[in-house]
Design a protein around this ligand. Structure first.
Ligand SMILES: [Zn+2]
Length: 158
């Protein structure tokens, strides 16, 4: 007996692009050293998913993906400081520095919350007209530690 896969292209295709940036943060309420101002060389694995390919066979071009997301990261997070909107003390401090670059998040800037912010807030805007959606975003804080935010994607934007 011969088993055959269903004919035709797979229903969903995904690409993963690696991106990187450097940023500072501190975690409000952390019991240990993450309560101090410090920074990381972050890496982001951005997975996007689509169900249709263009005439070349792509769901989106890798360079287009990089342009959108690396551009956003460079402008908003790279060499900046990520802080929780309720962290009044850290926000007051960072505003004293000239020049300064910081980004306020609606929650503590953990790797989990950064992945979630990219998935929920940033990706839908950047990918609005591309035909793909962000399905998984991994934020690496160190070579050994990452957080993953995932969205279940069904064909045809269901
Ligand atoms: Zn940290």
């Amino acid at each position: 007996m011969i088993l055959t896969a269903s004919s035709g292209p797979p229903e969903l295709l995904s690409l993963v692009r690696q991106l990187s940036f450097c940023a500072g943060h501190r975690l409000l309420g952390h019991e240990g050293k993450c309560a101090f101002f410090h920074g990381h060389n972050y890496r982001v694995d951005l997975e996007v998913t689509g169900s249709t390919v263009d005439s070349v066979g792509r769901i989106i071009d890798f360079s287009a993906l990089k342009g959108l997301f690396q551009g956003w990261l460079d402008e908003h997070w790279d060499h900046g400081f990520l802080l929780y909107e309720r962290d009044d003390n850290a926000l007051a401090a960072i505003r004293q520095i000239v020049p300064t670059k910081y980004f306020v998040l609606p929650y503590n800037p953990t790797a989990e919350n950064m992945a979630r912010y990219l998935l929920d807030k940033v990706a839908p805007e950047l990918l609005a007209d591309t035909g793909v959606v962000a399905s998984c975003i991994t934020v690496w804080e160190t070579d050994h530690s990452c957080a993953v935010a995932r969205r279940i994607v069904s064909p045809k934007g269901g």
